[in-house]
Design a protein around this ligand. Structure first.
Ligand SMILES: C[S@@+](CC[C@H](N)C(=O)[O-])C[C@H]1O[C@@H](n2cnc3c(N)ncnc32)[C@H](O)[C@@H]1O
Length: 200
């Protein structure tokens, strides 16, 4: 549910996100969060599946995690968010708690590459929003955790097309998935898994 607690934290983070570039904060310290419309899209995907297990790569201060967790809460799902910056992780915990969503979301602090290599958990929905140069390698790491029916949403595929057009092409030519570029905000590559992991 999008209750008052959730909406007020989202509004506060949107205001912060607007003011940070003007304040001259370096990119690495900014939230770099998704647009509200992308947040709503993520909410809709998470809300539509009972017991959805969501993985987010690049949690920042929790803006997209809150949209995902508010969606997952409806039918008893949960969100695991990976974030390497300890300062952002601390803000993430505060924001998710302020939104009343700590029961449905947790942040795992550390390098996503290491976290993913160490997990065998299976996920239904993955939101990929880390450094753009890393998407291909991160996708390869998560692929073994995805079964037919899983969905991967990758952000920035049109805003960073010079880096990510190859990511979209690779997904769209893989016979074990069905993938489409959705021209919402910064561009989302939405990839449905339809077959088993290709043999190495
Ligand atoms: C674009 S921001 C994510 C914004 C967030 N999804 C939102 O909408 O609120 C990218 C985040 O990914 C994190 N990140 C980048 N590479 C990472 C890695 N290898 N492991 C964990 N986090 C990483 C960065 O610290 C940064 O906070």
């Amino acid at each position: 549910m999008l209750d008052e607690r959730v909406l007020s934290v989202l509004a506060r983070l949107e205001e912060q996100d607007r003011s940070e570039p003007e304040a001259g904060l370096p990119a690495a310290e900014r939230a770099r969060q998704v647009e509200p419309t992308t947040g709503r899209f993520l909410f809709a995907l998470a809300a539509s599946q009972a017991g959805v297990e969501v993985l987010e790569i690049g949690g920042s201060r929790g803006y997209s995690s809150i949209w995902l967790a508010a969606g997952a809460r409806i039918l008893g799902g949960r969100v695991v968010s990976l974030e390497q910056d300890p300062v952002k992780c601390q803000a993430w915990r505060t924001n998710v708690s302020d939104a009343g969503l700590e029961e449905w979301a947790e942040v795992v602090e550390g390098d996503a590459f290491e976290t993913l290599r160490a997990t065998e958990d299976v996920f239904d929905l993955v939101f990929l929003d880390a450094e753009k140069d890393d998407y291909e390698e991160l996708f390869a790491l998560i692929r073994r955790l995805l079964e037919p029916g899983a969905l991967v949403v990758a952000d920035n595929v049109t805003s960073h097309a010079e880096t990510l057009a190859a990511y979209s092409r690779a997904r769209q030519s893989d016979p074990t998935v069905v993938s489409v570029t959705v021209p919402l905000d910064r561009g989302l590559e939405v990839t449905a898994v339809v077959g088993d992991v290709p043999a190495a």
